[in-house]
Design a protein around this ligand. Sequence first.
Ligand SMILES: Cc1cc2nc3c(=O)[nH]c(=O)nc-3n(C[C@H](O)[C@H](O)[C@H](O)COP(=O)(O)OP(=O)(O)OC[C@H]3O[C@@H](n4cnc5c(N)ncnc54)[C@H](O)[C@@H]3O)c2cc1C
Length: 383
Amino acid sequence: MNNSSTRQHGGHNRGRHVSILGGGIGGLTCALAFARSGARVDVYEQAPEISEVGAGIQITPNGARVFEALGLGAAAVEAASIRSEAVMPMDGLTGRQIARFDLTALAGPAYRFYHRASLIALLLDACRAAGVVINLGSKKTVDEVDVDVVVGAEGIHSQTRALLNGEQEPFFTGQVAWRAMVDAPDADAVARIWMAPNRHIVTYPLKGGLLNIVAVQERQQWAPEGWAHRDDAGNLRHVFRDCAPELKGILSKVDEVHLWGLFRHPVADVWGRDSIFILGDAAHPTLPFLAQGANLAIEDAMMLARCCDAGSLEEAQARYVILRKPRVSRAIAAANRNARNYHLTGAARTVAHMGLKTLGFVAPKLFLGRMDWLYGYDVTGES
Ligand SMILES: Cc1cc2nc3c(=O)[nH]c(=O)nc-3n(C[C@H](O)[C@H](O)[C@H](O)COP(=O)(O)OP(=O)(O)OC[C@H]3O[C@@H](n4cnc5c(N)ncnc54)[C@H](O)[C@@H]3O)c2cc1C
């Protein structure tokens, strides 16, 4: 394992005591990054055990580069995930493939599909092996931990964000998402984006012969009492009842499904003050239509540990936000554009699909080239 990427700038983390509030993907990656640079790290997670929703997650090369630098072993990664071969935009109404973009041609570590629980288990094992203390059933605020550095990684409801930026209510994005998994032992290693007017579905395979389904619909309002609730699979099927037989065949297998209202905050202005920092969804929740929320949290985690290691915490505050904010803002804007592009109607839809088809036929590498700013980025080499 190469530790130089987390240590080359000065070793200021050595001996520091760091507390991370929140044991999600961002918090655990941050814990590991600080531990690798010599810090003593505690993670506080409010839940009695760290469990993720039963769903998949796509880790793209920009996030995978961090895992590689933090020493997550190739064998463990391979055991927990499937290497993605391609992404295929599909016409959700006819079932026709619009284009196929080969992801194996991407530079760097592979684009992968994980079950969330497997990814969390991988990170937890690595954290514990690195000496990180995981405190479960521990809901904490910044005032309750007396250490050198506190990181608020508590997700969209972060109190640390509110402390640094003032109270802001998350706003409803006008999109809801169902998440489900069905048996599909023969599914190929491809992410399909089934686009339909005002809706879309993304499907991709997971280890264990499963197919992960995220189905999105535009809605004016989100009224239920919570942010997520169990839904009737019939509601999901009804929304996509005019879609292609292949897609309806997949949805016919859905038994258990949950529905989320998708909420956001603006990107935070303040990412650090004194010894307090935020990362991931606490700083910048995003729509999931670029599969980047967790990947950005992973990048934040690495960048924060590196900035703190490089010098004083005052310097770290300044560098961290300058190095992160433009990139996450760009990714969030791109995810918002995807929401629009996936859901086009009428003539705009026909024209956009023609454009994608032509791109896929004539210059598929151009598509990957357009994504280079996202997937080609190496936070472990930033300074
Ligand atoms: C439908 C959907 C699909 C998605 N797909 C992808 C994808 O393919 N790729 C991708 O990169 N992203 C994806 N995302 C986004 C991704 O899930 C999130 O951006 C990511 O999980 C955020 O991680 P986080 O660690 O910042 O926060 P969270 O995952 O929200 O973790 C926060 C943790 O903090 C804990 N906590 C909260 N308050 C406290 C407290 N006071 N004390 C202690 N613990 C506390 C919580 O219990 C939780 O465990 C998707 C999102 C959705 C909704």
